[in-house]
Every structure is written in C-alpha cells, then in structure tokens.
Design a protein around this ligand. Structure first.
Ligand SMILES: NCc1[nH]cc(CCC(=O)O)c1CC(=O)O
Length: 360
C-alpha cells in the first residue's frame, strides 16, 4: 500500500495516482492493499482513503439494520464528493440495484468462493453443536446438512468483524463459526496443507491456530458474488484513471458475478437473503461462454409459503448452457425457482374445501 507522500513517481509517468476508498476494517484494508499491488504491477500508484460506515458502528445484526448496502453507501458518498477515485467493495455486500451516477467497471480475479467452518471440522462437531453465523444463507445450509446427517445443530446469530467472530469459537461459547474463505485468505489467516495420513490424502486446515474445514460447494453454496471485489467509479471518471481501473478486470470473474447477481436481483432478494448461488465459467466459444449455475433458496422466500415450511429442505436448482448474456441465464434460473415456489404455495393453500358437514 502506498501513501501519497511515499508513493514516489509511478513507473508509468502519465498514469494517475488513484485514491482508493474503502471501509477501515482490517479486511477492507487488506482488499485495498491487494488492489494497490495489482495497480502497482501496472506501474500505477495509489493511496488509501478510509471511510467509516453505518455497518461498522451499529452493533445490531445486519438482518436487523435492514436494507442492503449499509457498508457500501458511505464509500459511495466519498466517490460522489470526489474524495476518492475508485471504491473497493466486497462485491457480495453491494446491492444489485444500479446507481445512476456510479458504475462497477472492474471485477478482479476471484479469491476462493467457499465458506469455512472455523473452530472444528464437520466430523468433530458434537451433536447439538452451537455454530455461529448471522447469515440466513449459512444457517439454512448448515441445518440442511445436519438434517441429512441425522444430527442437530444450534445456529447462534453473531456478527462483528472477522477477528471478533473467530474469537467466539475460541472460548467464546461456540463450537464453531462460519466465515468466507476469501476474507480469511486475504487476511493471511487460513493455512491449508495437504497431509498424507495412512496413505489417504487429507487436508490440515487451520485458521489462527483453530481447527477448520473449507466447506465444499455441495454442502454450502456461497453468497452471490462471494470472493469477488467490485471496483466502482463515477460514470464521469475518464481518461487514464478509468483505463487504470479497467486493467484489473477479470472477464471470467465478471461473467460469473453477472449471472449470480442477476439471479439475486430477479428473486428481488438482498445480500442477507437465504440464497446461495454459484456460477462457473467452464468454457468459451467465440462470444459465448459456457456457464454452469447451481443455487439453493429457502422455501419461505415467498410470502405465500407458511412459516411451517421452514423445517422443509430448501429448493435446489441448476442449469448449464452456452450464452452471450450471463445475466439472462441467472434470471432464467431465478424464474424457475419462483415458479416452483409459487406452485407449491398454491398447492399448500389448496382450493377451499367443499363443506358438507353439519350445514343444514
Ligand atoms: N458480510 C461481510 C463480508 N463481506 C465480504 C466478506 C469476505 C470476502 C468475500 O466474501 O469476498 C465478508 C466476511 C464474511 O462473510 O466472512
């Protein structure tokens, strides 16, 4: 990370020193450092401008603060008043609605998209284990896994930055917590070594000296956009500054998040919704990409379903195809979920039963 006074002359003299804005949490800082290093590799200097957001100072659960984008809005305001040239967001925290004056122009290569259980491996979780997460998506999938294994898990709502949550699994009364692997890796907290144990290949995964397990996507689909950064600028940003930010775009990551976010937007759900989805670019033919998509959605997503369905397994859907418009594939997949849910809702409500009893 370069500070403006220490950044010196950029290797490309005409390239601007970009002011990168983000939250001041350790993870947001690490993400800005990463972007600064990518820019530096292209000879572009940068500086960090920290922004305090409502999400950082409000101690309530994110699902209670309500609305989406509590982390993003203050950083966006810094773009609007020209305090920064480029916002560095965790893409999964960014609302899907487009902003009239701002645009995400670059999505760098994705970090690990998977979630990680920290504090215990799955196999070592005791029955009735207390597992901390504030994300309905993670709670839904943990409970679905427990149900399929004939085990029980108590999901405990938690929040706080990454360190706070890890500490809850270190004598904080919880057996484990679930965190995004991307955040843990960016902070340098996750070590994941292959070890040979009696001929079989196992992994010895450790997070800040606690046992951990990277959760397979079959068990835990990520949040839309998880593991990706969004580089957002003003629509009026031009010239060398815009060109420098565009250098960091990764077409594979950008394609995947277009499909995932279209899925979320079509469900009209936000970043705290019980929705997991993963799009994966598996090939490319001319203008078209081959995409596979899998998603999991809680059955209570539509109001037409009664809360008693909460104990039912979530809806799982998948699709694959060759497309020039990844957002359409994501939207189509969401519509198939909505059709399935409203069908079930109608069946559950049923036609009004004909009454022959006692009506004289
Ligand atoms: N909601 C907080 C948040 N936003 C982005 C990340 C991690 C980085 C990423 O997923 O890209 C995290 C922490 C977490 O979920 O454990």
């Amino acid at each position: 990370m370069t500070d403006p006074s220490a950044s010196g002359t950029p290797a490309v003299p005409e390239a601007p020193a970009l002011r990168l804005g983000a939250r001041t949490s350790p993870l947001a800082r690490a993400q800005v450092d990463l972007v600064a290093a990518m820019l530096a590799a292209h000879g572009v200097g940068s500086s960090f401008v920290g922004v305090t957001t409502t999400g950082d100072v409000d101690p309530r659960l994110l699902t209670e603060i309500g609305g989406t984008g509590v982390f993003a809005s203050a950083v966006r305001d810094a773009l609007r008043v020209d305090k920064i040239d480029c916002a560095v967001h965790s893409l999964k925290d960014l609302p899907t609605a487009a902003e009239a004056d701002l645009e995400v122009i670059s999505v760098p290569a994705r970090e690990d998209v998977r979630d990680v259980l920290v504090g215990s491996t799955l196999a070592d979780l005791p029955d009735g284990a207390r597992v901390g997460t504030g994300a309905p998506r993670r709670a839904m999938q943990l409970q679905d896994w427990a149900r399929s294994q004939g085990r029980s898990i108590e999901v405990v709502p938690v929040r706080g930055n990454v360190d706070t949550r890890i500490d809850l699994a270190r004598g904080g009364g919880l057996d484990a917590v679930v965190l995004a692997g991307a955040g843990l890796r960016r902070l340098g907290y996750l070590s994941d070594a292959a070890v040979e144990l009696s001929g079989s290949d196992k992994r010895d995964t450790v997070v800040r000296s606690l046992p951990a397990e990277v959760l397979d996507e079959d068990l835990m689909l990520p949040a839309p956009g998880q593991g990706a950064l969004a580089l957002e600028v003003s629509r009026s940003l031009g010239g060398a500054a815009r060109a420098a930010v565009l250098l960091l775009d990764d077409p594979v990551a950008h394609t995947e998040i277009r499909a995932e976010r279209a899925f979320l937007a079509t469900l009209e759900a936000g970043c705290t919704a019980p929705v997991g989805v993963r799009a994966r670019v598996v090939g490319r033919r001319g203008n078209a990409v081959d995409l596979t998509m899998r998603a999991v959605v809680e059955r209570t997503l539509l109001d037409t379903l009664s809360v008693t369905t909460k104990s039912l397994p979530p809806v799982r859907v998948d699709v694959s195809g060759s497309t020039t418009d990844p957002a359409r594939l994501g939207a189509d997949l969401a519509r198939s979920v909505l059709a399935q849910l409203s069908d079930e809702g109608r069946r559950r409500a049923g036609p009004a039963p004909a009454r022959h009893d006692g009506a004289q």
